[in-house]
Design a protein around this ligand. Sequence first.
Ligand SMILES: NC(=O)c1ccc[n+]([C@@H]2O[C@H](COP(=O)([O-])OP(=O)(O)OC[C@H]3O[C@@H](n4cnc5c(N)ncnc54)[C@H](O)[C@@H]3O)[C@@H](O)[C@H]2O)c1
Length: 247
Amino acid sequence: MTNLQGKVAIITGGASGIGLATVKAFLEKGAKVVIADYNEEHGKAAEQELKQTYSDVLFHKVNVAEEQQVERLVAETVKHFGKLDVIFNNAGIGVQKPSHELTDEEYKRVISINQDGVFYGAKYAIREMLKTGGGSIISTSSILGSVGEPTSMPYAASKGAVNQITKSLALEYADRNIRVNAIAPGFIESGMVNKEALGDFYDGLVAKHPLGRLGRPEEIAHAAVFLAENDFVTGTTILVDGGYLAQ
Ligand SMILES: NC(=O)c1ccc[n+]([C@@H]2O[C@H](COP(=O)([O-])OP(=O)(O)OC[C@H]3O[C@@H](n4cnc5c(N)ncnc54)[C@H](O)[C@@H]3O)[C@@H](O)[C@H]2O)c1
């Protein structure tokens, strides 16, 4: 079992929702954490708040869809904290629109952040982990990586790709002690997913989860901690979905 005390972790999309909950969970475990996000306002606010309790937390502005920015993120992390043990590729967006009305730009924006961003994060993390003898790569997938959803095609496609990137990388780097896993959340209460924002649609979403509620960001953070700590788990996408996909 890996002890997260003193481990260095990058958490993309770390300025809000699932990412921010995971930043807090990792800091509580004694990890040194880089909050990587393109929302500078939220990222700096999170850094400032957390610095009151934890000394080893840093905000780094990044667009995960831009390869060179991700390369710089990893380089700066190693420069500051000396190594990289864990990357949580969690930044993601969605678009809801009938597929025949999607523009090329809308489609590619989702793919570039949710899918390419996971590739870039893994690529540069692996380069560092090969130098130090191992590490843990975790990505946020979704239940929609396994089942379809009307009007969310680019999102579902990108999350299906995350599952496959996860399996392939796990096999490729297992003998170098780099573990690669993903988490597939059900619907989680967050900035975009809440009763106020969704109105009547909210109750319909709740009804799709056998446990009778949506998930909480902390419940996904808990799974990320498990995947970072458990040395015998690789190549898997674990469901944290309130029973959604059991039906
Ligand atoms: N909330 C849900 O119901 C749910 C369900 C399944 C999967 N997910 C996935 O969980 C992850 C986190 O989502 P969340 O619910 O916490 O949403 P959120 O909107 O609260 O957080 C996403 C964060 O990612 C950042 N981000 C977006 N694009 C970025 C980019 N290009 N570069 C860097 N940062 C970027 C945003 O600024 C934001 O801080 C996403 O990958 C999402 O697809 C969410």
